[in-house]
Design a protein around this ligand. Structure first.
Ligand code: F6R
Length: 248
């Protein structure tokens, strides 16, 4: 893991958006699709804002972009304001020229009997496009990436996971109470993320400092799933002063 620490998360987000834009343009030049793995939550919001700005003001086109989102709550309706489907459309997809058939977000509406097959299909679809060129990540206080909670296996693929209590506590305000937070989610696996050619993890604020330290300096362990990233050849943590404050 390579760490880059900025004094300002805004400036850091712009640098990350520029890397993504450069990759999209490079692939366009080569007549290829650009396969992006995307995250939701507070961390990537400014990155998406900057990508939208580049589309509107600088003509950055997303016509060759194919996206796979990391996760979605289960159960969750698409039009629910808490859904990651809603988040992605509000912050990015509604404002750019990505063909709608290129957008992949795990489907939180499936019943138990179909969901396993669906997860295998999600994994297959990523492979069919040749794998993820770039994966954007945030990190949860449990050390989750996507919703790979403590206990997640290095070889895990897209699957249904039970959310950690801490993750549900952190999501409670958005759901107006922990009782309304779904207990499960569909998430890409650790191996799905590790197979991405490039990984960038965003960490903002003092409340991420402890888990960032454990992730970067701790032993690789399923108890802190993000530590698996130590084994990735092309992974950068983009942090602000707060999130990087415990690093030695
Ligand atoms: C979201 C996701 C999660 C978040 C993490 C941090 O798609 O996969 O791992 O990245 O929970 O969330 P924020 O950015 O809200 O602190």
């Amino acid at each position: 893991i390579h760490n880059v620490i900025f004094s300002d998360s805004n400036e850091a987000s712009i640098i990350v958006a520029q890397e993504i834009a450069a990759l999209i343009r490079k692939k366009q030049g080569a007549g290829k699709n650009c396969i992006l793995g995307l995250a939701t939550g507070s961390s990537p919001i400014r990155v998406y804002e900057e990508l939208v700005r580049m589309h509107k003001e600088e003509g950055l086109s997303f016509n060759n972009v194919v996206t796979f989102n990391l996760d979605e709550y289960l159960p969750m309706e698409k039009d629910n304001r808490q859904s990651y489907w809603h988040f992605m459309h509000e912050h990015l997809f509604n404002h750019i020229d990505i063909p709608s058939e290129n957008i992949h977000i795990p489907d939180g509406t499936l019943s138990n009997e179909y969901v396993r097959e669906y997860c295998l299909g999600y994994e297959e679809a990523i492979k069919k496009f040749g794998g993820l060129d770039f994966q954007l990540l945030g990190i949860g206080r449990t050390g989750h990436i996507g919703f790979n909670e403590p206990g997640s296996h290095r070889n895990s693929g897209t699957r249904v996971i039970t959310l950690d209590h801490i993750t549900r506590v952190d999501a409670a305000p958005a759901f107006l109470g922990i009782d309304n937070v779904p207990r499960k989610a569909i998430t890409m696996g650790i191996s799905t993320v590790m197979n991405a050619k490039r990984v960038v993890l965003l960490g903002w604020g003092q409340n991420k400092a402890d888990i960032i330290k454990k992730t970067v300096e701790g032993e690789i362990s399923s108890q802190v799933p993000a530590t698996y990233l130590q084994g990735h050849k092309n992974c950068t943590f983009v942090l602000d002063d707060g999130a990087g404050s415990e690093l030695t």
